[in-house]
Ligand binder design. Structure first.
Ligand SMILES: Cc1ncc(COP(=O)(O)O)c(C=O)c1O
Length: 359
């Protein structure tokens, strides 16, 4: 059976061309700073994002963790969204390993944080009862908010507020290039507002492993210490970095295809009775990208027991993989990527229609 795997953009297989550049990559011991491919990737990503320096890390989680460990100290507070990946899905690492205090604000559907709410959340630095507000973290694209891309204007507005109060700005840009392609702007326009940025190579860009953290030279020096501390010093990591360099050369512009496929999928889903998909409507601001979230309402089709968990099981039996999410059994997510073509989207829609109509 041909499997259409829409669980995540992390499931991609390295292409043959990517495997070939990995196999022939010049390498060295990166803990000694001697891996030319890692150096090249770090410099290239920093240049692309308009930052002074970069640091190759094992994952997006590690990039965000070492960034926050480098920026904030024990008991200091970070303002971030209640639906942010760092708050929900990174094992509470910033608290467990950094004693950093998370202060969550609600993420509305557009993935932003309301600047007025940020202003109200700031602590009085002279009040000994309060933790010190140290930094703000945004996420672009915003995963749980439907993969929506945040605009440069919005990020700059938050940065202006951060600047007034001497706060640091970090961006979880796991899918930053999706945002840049969807908004039609250089990636550096979306990173200008931030002191540091994590970008993943192993999601839409199709590399097997790795993320790059970028920022000032001083910040990267400190992040380098933190990467060692969490066991993230890797040796001949150039084999992995080479895949990242190949992805930067060949897999950025094609993200537009993933967005097009996601759009077709979202509109197809919205036409199926019992399914609701916000991504079939134009967003008020920003742009949709490659994540498609939808809700399953069995009652609407006279099958109250039918929910996202059941739908995911039935789809799997027909070769379409997708995640059911959340505790209410209503939400599902499908993600387009390098290994999914337009015919796979058609297959997914055929199977969805068949599951919902029970035929
Ligand atoms: C928005 C966002 N940030 C960070 C991460 C963490 O990346 P990793 O799985 O490489 O640790 C993810 C993973 O899906 C993500 O979606």
């Amino acid at each position: 059976m041909n499997i259409v795997d829409l669980r995540s953009d992390t499931v991609t297989q390295p292409t043959q061309a990517m495997r070939e550049v990995m196999a022939s990559a010049p390498v060295g011991d990166d803990v000694y700073g001697e891996d030319p491919s890692v150096r090249q990737l770090e410099e290239r990503m920093a240049d692309t994002l308009g930052k002074e320096a970069g640091l190759f890390v094992a994952s997006g989680t590690m990039g965000n963790l070492v960034a926050l460990l480098a920026h904030a100290g024990r008991g200091e507070e970070v303002i971030l969204g209640d639906l942010s990946h760092t708050f929900l899905y990174e094992g509470g690492g910033i608290s467990a390993l950094g004693s950093i205090h998370p202060h969550t604000l609600p993420n509305p559907n557009d993935g932003t944080l309301d600047p007025e709410r940020i202003r109200l959340a700031l602590r009085n630095p002279d009040d000994p009862h309060a933790p010190r507000t140290r930094m703000i973290v945004l996420e672009n694209t915003h995963n749980r908010c439907g993969g929506i891309a945040l605009t440069a204007d919005y990020c700059n507005q938050v940065a202006a507020l951060a600047g007034e109060h001497g706060l640091i700005m970090h961006l979880d840009g796991a899918r930053l290039f999706n945002a840049a392609v969807a908004l039609g702007c250089p990636a550096a326009d979306l990173t200008q507002a931030f002191d540091s940025v994590t970008v993943c190579l192993s999601k839409g860009l199709g590399a097997p492993v790795g993320s790059v953290l970028c920022g000032s030279k001083d910040f990267i020096r400190e992040a380098h210490r933190m990467r060692k501390l969490v066991g993230g010093g890797m040796r001949q990591a150039g084999i992995l970095a080479a895949a990242g360099l190949h992805a930067l050369d060949h897999h950025i512009n094609r993200l537009a295809e993933d967005h097009e496929n996601a759009d077709v999928l979202a509109h197809g889903i919205a036409e199926i009775d019992g399914l609701t998909c916000p991504q079939a409507q134009a967003p008020a601001t920003g742009a949709w990208t490659n994540l498609v979230y939808f809700t399953v309402d069995g009652a609407a089709i006279g099958r109250p027991q039918f929910n996202a968990v059941e739908l995911s099981k039935q789809l799997k039996a027909h070769g379409v993989l997708a995640h059911a999410l959340g505790s209410d059994g209503k939400k599902m997510r499908m993600v387009t990527h390098l290994d999914v073509g337009s015919s796979d989207i058609e297959t997914a829609l055929v199977q969805l229609r068949s599951c919902l109509t029970g035929t």
